[in-house]
Design a binder for this molecule. Sequence first.
Ligand code: AHR
Length: 609
Amino acid sequence: MNKILSIVAIALLVSIFGFQPTPKAEDPKVLIDLGKKGAEVPASLYGVFFEEINHAGEGGLYAEMIRNRAFEDKEVPTGYSVVNGELVPPAVKNHLSGRIEKNTFKWEKETIPAWTINSKGEGASIQTTKTQPLDPSTPNNLLVKINSASTPAIVTNTGFWGIATQNGAEYLLRFYTRSDNYNGAITARIVGFDNTIIASQNVTATANGKWKEHKLILVANASQSKAHFELVFEKSGNVYIDYVSLFPKNTYKGRENGLRNDVATFLSDLKPAFIRWPGGCIVEGITVSNRVEWKKTLGDPMKRSGVYDTWGYRNSYGFGYNEFLQYCEDIGAKGMFVCNVGLGCQYRMGDACSDQDVDFYVKDVLDALEYAIGGTNTVWGAKRAKAGHPAPYPLQYVEIGNEQWGALYNKRFDIFYKAIKSKYPQLTLISNHGLGKGVKSVTKTDMIDPHWYVGPDFFFKNHNLFDNIPREDYKIYVGEYACNQRVGGGNMLAALSEAAFISGMERNSDLVKMASYAPLFENKNNREWPVNLIWIDNDKVVGRSSYYVQQLFASNRPSYNVSTQLQQPKSDKPIPLKGEGGIGLGFMDYTKRIQRLKDHNSRWKCNLS
Ligand code: AHR
């Protein structure tokens, strides 16, 4: 194993730094035969997996700077309750165990997340209400009560662990007010950590009981990373506010409701062949009712309901289906849409919709595909055109369900596969099966999707795993993999082990056609998953060593393999596939998976940051 590590390390050092150590007689050797051609390496091999986890989008890729902009963050999902500060799902039967699982989930602790008022008890207060909603899909708003005009009431939003400004940059503010008795100015401003005013503008509220939209541009006079946003009220009265949204004007490619320029550029530097969206477990939801609903992610962001995210905070649906497809097009990547098959996350509650309701989910994915690639004469294609994009988007892959298994999944997979394939034969359809025998229970799949979250030894020892996998009539998409056991938040050893495993995928790319590391992003203030590829702060984006491994492989993708042979004094023993640590969905039987479920669940509840 150490020898393999040294070879990978040396290969990386040579490619990155041009470093060439003097060879010794006992060193292992790699013999390359340029005359013996191996598998061609497809352009599709290296892609990325986006999921709203660790604030990957909210406070990450998505450029919105106000956290809890629509005051929906404490909206309890329908049918759920909050008991002793924990989110309790409805009692639903897990379709695999037949039991009602007793799980609770993380719930926001702050009363009104990210929002405070300066003068509590001094004549001003804030509270969320559902009075006269701005839009029915976002029922909550914020009531600001200012009883005394003697001290200005200052309502503050912290942003996502601070707001970052650039000197001279423009920020687009949009917010709504409604009042019966407040006629006068409201100051909107960005304020530095040192209380200096970085940008400021006034708007006028009108006391006519109707919602009024305010749009203005704030120009920053300083660069800071820990600023915050304020609304200042200098008169007495009651004012309802809603949808307070602040964006840098300079988003990626200048798109409205767009992406952070630095983060989107950094991701595009990986040259991903495809982007997977929306996940991950969030496709399934804690229960099915809590899944991501792509239709609700379209249109004016002010009207998007958002959803309580499976990973413990609210997803505003800001980085929605259209934004994902647009980003794919912008960076020359193919889109991969993952659909729900009427099953909630089997690691969490695992409920299943009734057989009669499956048609609803089938229609839902067909509508999604029509939106992405259907003609403008179709219902959903016309909506895409109305959103400003008559040409089809580059959507190519559909994964049917996320990390699901069992008889019910297999049955549903067949229904979805047939329905999608008959309408869109050009699309590649992917099942959730690992390397085990489960795939034999479905009629046909184009690809399977095994996942590995393991320790470094597993990847080093299994660098040749795919050499020995029998070739069948489907291909492999390694949809999630990462070395995340016993490597802290990720380190060089983890990256080297991934490099060893990737080299095995690339060598076998007649079989392994696609792969994506997961998870992709972590806002450094919310590490919900232990190891992630890219770390984000509100003004920085950093790739861990694993990022550079991904980049190295993706930007040096050969057109084909040549025969290589490793010569070393003593070869490694063959490795039993059961592996160690983490989830390797390809190899586990049901009982082991349920045990992993339990370990996994306890991990989900703790915030590792
Ligand atoms: O990548 C994190 C999670 O790991 C994904 O949401 C899920 O598919 C897997 O269990």
